[in-house]
Design a protein around this ligand. Structure first.
Ligand SMILES: C[S@@+](CC[C@H](N)C(=O)[O-])C[C@H]1O[C@@H](n2cnc3c(N)ncnc32)[C@H](O)[C@@H]1O
Length: 335
């Protein structure tokens, strides 16, 4: 096991990563400060543009040094610097871009004199364009053919999500998930999609700007090793506590089909990703069976599987107690 495995280190990611000579990360997710004046306790998020771009180059290249040859690198970034990140990654660090993902969130901030911003860019790169991990089967969601058109030609395994992700709301103040002590916590569900797709259980996920510890928590829940780096002592301490409180999912195929808090979270993630309502699942045994099979796959179940009735009951309970959250509806778009 690498010396940084399952640790959240306090310090400057550039300095800490420079001390590591061997590539050790299978997947890196970086959500740096966007230089838009957010109030962090230690970092000043308002620096001159050229200084910010130079710094971006430094931390990105420190990350590339520790990324394994078949590793993946995701960067979340705002409109202001997304072009710089793309050019640095491709032209200077010789990475290959696989997707330009738009995370379109609900609960964006309202504006008075222009259209409200409701997205973050997530650029997805790999070191080697022919050798990387992409786990197709655990990333799939229902297709419209399955949920709307009831089309017999639908692939029963569903489809891979599009590159516009609109099923994950931002973590608002009222959400149970909200830590309350970090200004820009990412939703666990966004990280779960990335970690499932681009790493395998037992691999190591690095977050050089770990903040509230979301990446590390999700990596831990999904049975990956994690390394977080955070410059603030307070955030580091609080995120270590957050990790300790998060119990991991049962080992693959072990344990009875009983609900624990993480399986409930998994169920909520799957429900929101697939955008099928509980009414739809009640009405269609076919959708419920598909949903159940996807859930068992996500929970790593090969034995002691959850039944459709287990799933239906739990979803009903969560809905009744208000813990399922509002469903982001599918919209039919036209130009
Ligand atoms: C956008 S936040 C990350 C939020 C995180 N994704 C989450 O879900 O909580 C950026 C974090 O980077 C930290 N930071 C800023 N400069 C840093 C550096 N040089 N090394 C490590 N962390 C740094 C800030 O303190 C802040 O917590």
């Amino acid at each position: 096991m690498h010396e940084l495995a399952n640790k959240i280190k306090c310090g400057d990611c550039i300095k800490i990563l420079a001390k590591t000579s061997e590539p050790f990360a299978d997947l890196i997710f970086a959500d740096p400060p966007f230089n838009i004046g957010y109030e962090y306790d230690k970092y000043d998020d308002r620096v001159a543009k050229d200084e910010y771009v130079k710094w971006t180059k430094k931390w990105m290249s420190a990350c590339v040094q520790v990324l394994k040859p078949n590793g993946s690198f995701y960067v979340a970034i705002g409109d202001e610097y997304v072009a710089n990140v793309k050019l640095i990654a491709e032209d200077e660090l010789k990475l290959h871009m696989r997707n330009w993902i738009i995370w379109h969130y609900t609960f964006g901030q309202q504006a008075k004199t222009k259209f409200a911003r409701a997205h973050t860019h997530i650029l997805y790169f790999v070191k080697d364009k022919d050798n990387f991990i992409f786990n197709d089967s655990v990333s799939r969601v229902f297709s419209d053919r399955q949920t709307i058109y009831n089309d017999k030609r639908a692939n029963p395994d569903g489809k891979l999500p599009d590159d516009v992700w609109n099923e994950f709301p931002r973590v608002c103040g009222t959400f149970e998930e909200r830590t309350g002590w970090h200004p820009c916590q990412m939703p666990e569900s966004v990280l779960a999609r990335i970690i499932r797709a681009s790493s395998d259980p037992g691999q190591l996920v690095l977050d050089p700007f770990s903040g509230s510890g979301t990446t590390c928590v999700v990596a831990h829940k999904l049975n990956r090793f994690y390394t977080g780096i955070e410059i603030s002592g307070e955030y580091t301490k609080a995120s270590r506590t957050r990790i300790n409180k998060s119990e991991s999912l049962p080992v693959e195929g072990e344990g009875p089909a009983e609900w624990n808090s993480h399986l409930k979270v998994e169920l909520k993630w799957l429900y929101h990703e697939n955008k099928v309502s509980t009414e739809q699942l009640d009405d269609s045994p076919y959708l419920l069976a598909l949903f159940t099979s996807k859930f068992n796959q996500r929970a790593g179940r090969k034995t002691h599987m959850f039944t459709p009735e287990n799933i239906r009951k739990k979803l009903r309970q969560l809905r009744k107690s208000g813990k399922l959250g509002p469903m982001v509806r599918k919209t039919t778009q036209s130009r």
